[in-house]
Design a protein around this ligand. Sequence first.
Ligand SMILES: Cc1cc2nc3c(=O)[nH]c(=O)nc-3n(C[C@H](O)[C@H](O)[C@H](O)COP(=O)(O)OP(=O)(O)OC[C@H]3O[C@@H](n4cnc5c(N)ncnc54)[C@H](O)[C@@H]3O)c2cc1C
Length: 249
Amino acid sequence: MTVTETANPLSQFGRFLARKGRPTWNLTVAEKSLVTPRMMRVVFACDTLDRLEWKPGQDLVLELPVQGGIARRHYTIRRHDRTILTVDFVLHPGASAAGDWLRAAGTGDTIVAAGPRGHTYLREADWHLFVGDETCIPGIAAMLEALPRGDKAFAFLEIADDAERQPIASDAPVVWLPRNGAAPGPSRVLYDAVEAFAFPPGFGHAYVIGETSNVRAIRQRLIARGLGKEQTCAEGYWRPGRIGGHDHA
Ligand SMILES: Cc1cc2nc3c(=O)[nH]c(=O)nc-3n(C[C@H](O)[C@H](O)[C@H](O)COP(=O)(O)OP(=O)(O)OC[C@H]3O[C@@H](n4cnc5c(N)ncnc54)[C@H](O)[C@@H]3O)c2cc1C
């Protein structure tokens, strides 16, 4: 594929990414539905998507139309099947580019997406530890579902409340950690749960994603407990007050 085949001619960013060799895709909304009360699923169609090569856990940068321009936001690939792509959006409180787009989006609407990108994807290991809040459920579910059956894996997922639990096609134990009324953001919910997790024998790999300060604290603690730096993937997906983007952890 030549990248320019799918680049949106109106998007400067699309041209910039094309120069960097990152493909862009013209996505059309095919379906919109609720997975849970606070998670909206959008199924996109795109004729050229059968050329998309990605690793479970990776994301796309979506170009979302906003008044006066375009807002760019990272969203993980939940599923991909030939010319169909599924993305799950958390409906967080307050007005925002992604939230406003999502509420208004209807079948036939189009956006541009660039990628895939990101270093959060499955590594060779005897056991895998997945840690994240609701923004990470799409990525962690995609990785859990891609693990070979029999691989040892453990997942800790922070959610708003029990209504946010969702089915994941994996035998791995998932510990759902409801905040039950507390606001999302910096907290000890995931930290304390991971602190009580005893490392199984063998070579482990941890995937720690979500709110940036939580990710940094958990990663540092896992390293202090003996996990090598190369045995962790970590990325800040959001943080209070930050608009779009991502944080290195
Ligand atoms: C690699 C990567 C993959 C990601 N994958 C997903 C995904 O699959 N699904 C998903 O839902 N999100 C995902 N995110 C997180 C998402 O990109 C951010 O939450 C993003 O800020 C949402 O954009 P927005 O326009 O709604 O809000 P913004 O305009 O970016 O922010 C507006 C305000 O909302 C706050 N805010 C942003 N996100 C949240 C939140 N989750 N909870 C509470 N307040 C928030 C901000 O701090 C800011 O104050 C991912 C992020 C990264 C870096």
